[in-house]
Design a binder for this molecule. Structure first.
Ligand code: ZN
Length: 271
């Protein structure tokens, strides 16, 4: 257990399958905690959820965490210590996570560059990403942020990963998503963001497809911005279009007449 595991996703975030030796397998509660010599599973962090997938096709990896510098795979069945297992991450789940995560870098980079606000923290869920910033952002500010973020997506810039030396780090201006973590890896998006981060990202910004700001809330000097990106944005567009279409049929009115019609109805009910 002396040598730490190799993180295959550091260099290749598009690696879906790999082989590794089982270093340990311990039963804990309903799960088995498995450590491997190398892994493509990225563990959960203070803000990002982990990969899920399988070992040997049938052993499910439900969650991955980091303990003592090692990735611990939570599985539903045991695997033999010393054996070689075939790991496979759930690609659809990972790619969606990389789209949301890289979008978070872009939005935070745009806000830092244009408004000078630090990101306080971010929280990723399976529906949206909530990011909190030190400062107020008006509706016009957010409209600009969304437009600029999507310009960076369309520019299809290469997302660069660096492992700088201590000396190089000292002369580098970068953001930190988690200040409690030691800095080992820098993720760079040209003309946008430089951030210390150990998670997986897309290779080029165009792979995000689209970034949509879905809400914002200002209180006590901080603004929480929620975003959805990639395929999730398309699904949300479909959902909202269906609502508008149904309302349009219900009121027998074109889309741009819906708000005045509903307003009129509300006034009539309240009168
Ligand atoms: Zn990151």
């Amino acid at each position: 257990m002396d040598e730490l595991d190799e993180r295959l996703y550091y260099e290749d975030s598009f690696l879906e399958e790999f082989d590794a030796e089982v270093v340990s397998c311990k039963e804990e509660g309903h799960y088995y905690k498995v450590a491997l010599t190398e892994t493509a599973f990225s563990p959960e962090t203070s803000y990002l959820y982990s990969d899920v997938g399988t070992l040997n096709g049938t052993v499910r990896v439900i969650r991955a965490t980091e303990e003592d510098g090692r990735v611990i795979h939570y599985t539903d069945q045991p695997v033999e210590v010393g054996s070689i297992v075939h790991g496979k991450i759930d690609w659809e789940y990972r790619f969606d996570m990389m789209q949301q995560h890289t979008a978070e870098h872009i939005v935070s980079g745009v806000i830092m560059t244009n408004f000078g606000y630090e990101q306080v923290y971010s929280k990723f869920t399976e529906t949206e990403v909530a990011i909190v910033y030190h400062g107020p952002l008006s509706a016009e500010d957010l409209e600009y942020v969304e437009r600029r973020a999507n310009e960076i997506v369309i520019s299809n810039a290469v997302v660069e990963t660096r492992f700088p030396s201590k000396e190089e780090l000292e002369s580098m201006a970068y953001r930190m998503d988690d200040v409690s973590e030691p800095v080992s890896r820098i993720v760079l998006i040209p003309d946008c963001d430089i951030c210390a981060c150990r998670g997986p990202h897309v290779m080029t910004t165009g792979e995000i497809g689209m970034i949509k700001i879905t809400g914002s809330d200002y209180a006590d000097g901080v603004t929480q911005v929620t975003i959805i990106s990639g395929h999730r944005a398309l699904v949300d567009y479909h959902r909202k279009s269906a609502i508008v279409e149904n309302l349009s049929k219900l009121f027998d009115a074109p889309e741009d007449q819906l708000v005045p019609q509903i307003k009129k109805l509300k006034e009539w009910i309240e009168a």
